[in-house]
Design a protein around this ligand. Structure first.
Ligand code: ADP
Ligand code: MG
Length: 240
């Protein structure tokens, strides 16, 4: 479903991704963790072309990611992304936030788009807030809206970039619960998070990045109980 091969990226002189390789199967759940600044966000942002890379290749569900408007649009129609800070449009109601991509990008009739939107708002247990504005909702509710917004395009792949790290502690579980449900339904998922409970529960594989490189990857049990590199050992001591 996702193949990243020897990807290198620089921000000016700064070598941010160094020979990053990822190979993710359909339906697989992968958690990426690592110190701040290690390149986790940059890696997943490359997958839907929010960032460009200079060397290597990325293939999403059989399509080679090249700089072509049609290709990028095709890839983005399959890849949903949820951000740390929700990124909802503040001047639009919850429902209108969910209608933008389906009606403007995918030319869905408005009535059909509303039905789909309400279905996913039900799924994230927030349908009764459909006519409110984002700033009238709690952080946990806003993040669930952001997840529902992604689901409206019926993506093959969902990318999550630290989806709970901007939330007050009491709201973390309501968002993680929605993500666990999604994981159970078989969507391909890459999640950057330090929520190790989530990683143990849903991840097929956990990847550790440091200084722009994939240092180690393993299934969760081995990853947490038998880390190989000193860098991962040190990292786990700090977060666990
Ligand atoms: P992480 O998500 O692991 O915290 P990022 O992928 O956001 O790390 O960033 C990796 C490194 O790249 C950091 O050192 C960060 O400062 C740098 N960086 C991120 N975005 C930019 C940018 N637009 N321009 C220059 N440097 C950047
Ligand atoms: Mg980040």
């Amino acid at each position: 479903m996702i193949k990243m091969k020897d990807v290198n990226k620089w921000y000016g002189d700064f070598h941010v991704l160094k020979d990053v390789n990822l190979d993710i199967k359909k339906g697989e759940k992968v958690v990426i963790c690592g110190p701040s600044g290690s390149g986790k966000s940059t890696t997943i942002r490359c997958l839907n072309h929010l960032e460009k890379f200079q060397e290597g290749s990325i293939n999403i569900n059989g399509t080679e990611l090249i700089e072509d408007v049609k290709v990028v649009r095709h890839i983005r129609s399959q890849v949903g992304m949820v951000f740390q800070h929700f990124n909802l449009f503040p001047h639009l109601s919850v429902l209108e936030n969910l209608l933008i991509a389906p009606t403007w990008v995918h030319n869905k009739p408005r009535k059909e788009a509303i039905e789909t939107a309400m279905y996913y708002l039900e799924r994230v247990k927030i349908a009764e807030q459909a006519h409110k504005y984002p700033n009238q909702l709690s952080g946990g509710q806003q993040q669930r809206v952001a997840i529902a917004r992604c689901l409206c395009i019926n993506p093959e792949i969902m990318l999550f970039d630290e989806p709970t790290s901007a939330l007050d502690p009491e709201m973390v579980s309501e968002v993680l619960d929605v993500m666990v449900e999604l994981a159970d339904e078989g969507i391909t998922m890459i999640c950057v998070t330090h929520e190790m409970g989530f990683a143990k529960k849903v991840a097929d594989r956990v990847i550790f990045m440091d200084a722009g490189q994939v240092i180690e990857e393993n299934e969760p049990n081995e990853f947490f109980n038998n880390p190989q590199s000193d860098r991962l050992k040190t990292f786990l001591e700090q977060i666990l």
